[in-house]
Design a protein around this ligand. Structure first.
Ligand SMILES: C[S@@+](CC[C@H](N)C(=O)[O-])C[C@H]1O[C@@H](n2cnc3c(N)ncnc32)[C@H](O)[C@@H]1O
Length: 199
């Protein structure tokens, strides 16, 4: 059974009213992303324990899951998305097929990971996940685990990404996480994104 409902109000609490449209998936593979948000830096910020587990919540086409799986062959990377067509796009990438430490998961698989995950990455998803999904995300973490939220910054001048009224400022993002019971720790600003490490 899915950990959260798929009723019409499933995105309650999210600032962007609609789910990501798979028609826009090619944008997730824009190589420019690695210049303004380098995967190596994301992997360093995640600081996954040796031999640990990372779940990429809302992986899309797996752009960052693949890079992190490459950078950290000792880590099991679970690329999780609610839209099977997004995971199919990831699996179609030759790089994904070569990585023995990269798995994919749908909401129907997620119960098996509860309390077992060292780190969650939530990249460009905070503005579009509902409160119920955020609670589900939180329940995945082991004791001592943490989530790295990185999202488009509503306050930054950006050449791409969703409109500002679908996004949070860094302070609003932090406030939403605190309201959902996360403890927000370190944060950082990238050219177009903010990050918050939360537990
Ligand atoms: C904007 S895309 C970002 C994809 C990826 N993180 C990246 O940055 O390349 C957001 C993705 O999150 C997924 N998503 C949104 N809400 C979700 C939820 N509650 N559970 C799982 N996946 C979700 C969407 O299907 C979509 O693929």
């Amino acid at each position: 059974m899915s950990p959260y409902s798929h009723e019409p109000d499933e995105r309650h609490g999210a600032r962007q009213p609609k789910r990501f449209d798979p028609e826009r998936a090619a944008r997730l593979d824009n190589p420019a992303r690695f210049e303004y948000l380098p995967p190596k830096e994301v992997a360093e910020m995640l600081d996954i324990p040796a031999g640990g587990t990372l779940l990429d919540f809302g992986t899309g086409t797996g752009t960052y899951a693949i890079e992190i799986a490459r950078l950290r062959p000792d880590v099991e990377v679970i690329a999780f998305d609610e839209q099977p067509e997004m995971l199919e796009l990831m699996r179609a990438k030759p790089a994904a097929a070569e990585l023995a430490n990269l798995k994919s998961a749908l909401p129907s698989d997620i119960a098996a990971y509860k309390g077992k995950i060292d780190r969650v990455l939530a990249l460009n998803v905070l503005h579009e996940v509902g409160d119920e999904a955020l609670q589900s995300l939180k329940s995945l973490l082991k004791d001592g685990g943490a989530t790295l939220f990185i999202d488009w910054n509503a306050e930054a001048e950006r050449p791409e990404g969703p409109p500002a009224d679908h996004l949070y400022s860094p302070a609003e993002g932090r406030q939403r996480l605190e309201q959902m019971g996360f403890t927000a720790r370190r944060g950082k600003l990238f050219p177009y994104h903010y990050s918050i490490l939360a537990d």
